[in-house]
Design a protein around this ligand. Structure first.
Ligand SMILES: [Cu+2]
Length: 142
């Protein structure tokens, strides 16, 4: 009698543990799967210019911009068409993300120096230059 009751309790506890484990696995699996189409752009701001000034993304891509300020004053990455703006102090690196449109060009600028600092993100592969990686360029002027 007593032994039978203990066995049942043990069985139930085991079943609950398994159920909890399955729930955890299902939850982790769904949240960690990336939706595909993620692209990262490297953009550097120097003293009153962006580098590069033309970037390419795929239509509808989830875009992450790594915006590095190599200059000596604050700059921003402002892309009004996709409601994205991020500001970086001198020497700082910030990230911004947005969803690319299906076609066309997303222009961006620095809100502090809008007439000097401009660039564009071209959707699709037609036109524009391939993103150049200019990582080693010493002399930040500190
Ligand atoms: Cu600026």
């Amino acid at each position: 009698m007593m032994r039978c009751w203990l066995d049942r309790r043990g069985y139930r506890a085991g079943a609950l543990t398994i159920a909890a484990g399955v729930a955890l696995i299902a939850c982790g699996g769904s949240s960690s799967s990336s939706g595909g189409g993620g692209e990262t752009l490297q953009l550097t701001a120097r003293n009153f210019s962006f580098s590069p000034t033309s970037l390419n993304v795929s239509p509808g891509a989830q875009v992450t911009v790594t915006f590095k300020n190599d200059g000596t004053t604050e700059h921003s990455f402002t892309a009004s068409a996709v409601n994205t703006e991020v500001e970086a102090d001198a020497g700082a690196t910030k990230t911004a993300s947005f969803t690319a449109p299906q076609s066309g060009t997303v222009s961006f600028h620095c809100k502090y120096h809008p007439s000097q600092m401009q660039g564009q993100i071209v959707v699709g592969s037609g036109g524009g230059q391939a993103p150049a990686t200019t990582s080693t360029s010493g002399g930040g002027g500190y």
